[in-house]
Ligand binder design. Structure first.
Ligand SMILES: [Zn+2]
Length: 391
């Protein structure tokens, strides 16, 4: 199939046409001739952005569409973990919920998602397996990376390590880790275990590091040491890494992360200090963004809308200038694709034709105003108009 998208403004530049052959953008320019039989789309002078990338979410936990859940959870991390496990026993279908939320993401212009999937001794690999099945069902429309994630702890719950191993054999793409000291209380043991799984399966690693201050910085340094020792540069992500917002020696840590090729995934929550997008980029490192959980028992907040996440990244990082706000967009577009390892990304010749049209003059206006997604293309096909999926 050949499509000519006429009169859009890539990244807010001058009006151009995009020629799409099959899944791929093959030409960008003004006044491109329409090949015979091509489908014509009118961009109406709208701003064109590359389709968004969600770099850190939990599709398998969301209660999206299930009605409002009254949150009465206690203040500690372990309260949230225990509540979630208890609530799940009341009936929760991760396959239905993951599919529901993925479709909401697509309608709002996101075509690539990295999602964690809980693995524990109660649910086994069911959530990870459900996400692997969804990844396959959506292949050709969305790209989903599945992280097998020990949400309830790894070493503190004997049997979990074997289940993670099983989830990876069943097709999960990435090894997940969690607070080596704060939850497992054994940083060396935890990191040895997850790096060991990563090596065994030849799969990347993504560790939730909520641990604050020096405790988090210590785990971060242990992660850097192992990444370098195993030659895993470019294969490791630290999610949250709140400690970077806490410790005075953060500049040295940003530099060490950059040198080790470890990317940071941030959700830019308003509630605490976070890694600085500016500092990470200035150090030559990689940083990208995600929502984390959306409408689950952990949080009632967040939306499957990466423009909104970019806006929150901009707010949290105190970005005011247009060129700074463009960095906020990059955390959910180019930088997220690079950090997660999604290939053929971007609004460029040779990239896959995944793009979004919105009514905005500039990138900064799109981030700040989060306008409706007028048109979403994935794999060269129109998949949504005005927030409504084509099928
Ligand atoms: Zn998370």
């Amino acid at each position: 199939m050949t499509t000519l998208l006429r009169n859009c403004r890539p990244m807010g530049g001058t009006a151009a046409d995009l020629l799409i052959e099959g899944e791929v953008i093959t030409a960008i320019g003004a006044g491109l001739p329409a090949p015979e039989g091509a489908t014509l789309l009118d961009g109406q002078g709208m701003l064109a952005l590359p389709a968004f990338v969600e770099g850190h979410t939990h599709l398998d936990k969301s209660r999206w569409g299930m009605g409002w859940w009254v949150n009465e959870v206690g203040p500690r991390l372990i309260d949230r973990i225990d509540t979630e496990r208890a609530t799940r026993r009341g009936g929760f279908d991760p396959a239905t919920q993951s599919a529901r939320l993925a479709r909401e993401f697509l309608a709002r212009g996101t075509t690539r998602i990295r999602s964690f999937a809980d693995v524990d001794t109660e649910i086994g690999t069911a959530h990870s397996d459900a996400l692997v099945a969804l990844r396959e069902a959506l292949r050709g429309t969305m790209d989903i990376q599945v992280v097998a994630f020990p949400q309830s702890g790894l070493l503190v719950r004997p049997g979990t390590l074997e289940l993670l191993d099983q989830a990876l054999r069943n097709g999960a793409d990435i090894v997940g880790g969690l607070d080596p000291s704060g939850i497992d209380r054994d940083p060396k043991g935890h990191l040895d275990a997850v790096f060991g799984l990563s090596e065994k399966h030849g799969k990347p690693l993504d560790i939730h590091l909520h641990e604050p201050g020096e405790l988090g910085a210590f785990a971060l340094e242990l992660t850097i040491e192992r990444t370098l020792a195993l030659g895993m540069q470019g294969q490791v992500v630290l999610s949250h890494a709140f400690c970077l917002g806490d410790v005075a020696r953060a500049p040295a840590l940003y530099a060490a992360l950059a040198e080790a090729g470890i990317a940071v995934a941030t959700t830019a929550p308003p509630s605490r200090a976070v890694p600085s997008v500016r500092a990470m980029r200035a150090a030559g490192g990689r940083i990208f963004a995600g929502n984390d959980g959306i409408r689950d028992t952990w949080t009632p907040y967040n939306m499957p809308d990466m423009l909104q996440r970019a806006m929150l990244v901009g707010l949290k990082n105190e970005f005011r200038r247009d060129d700074e706000i463009a960095w906020a967009l990059a955390t959910v577009t180019d930088w997220a694709a690079e950090g997660c390892g999604f290939a053929a990304y971007g609004l460029a010749v040779g990239a896959r034709a995944d793009l979004v049209l919105v009514e905005a003059e500039t990138v900064a206006e799109a981030v700040v105003a989060t306008p409706p997604r007028r048109l979403v293309l994935s794999h060269g096909r129109v998949v949504a108009r005005d927030g409504v999926l084509a099928s």
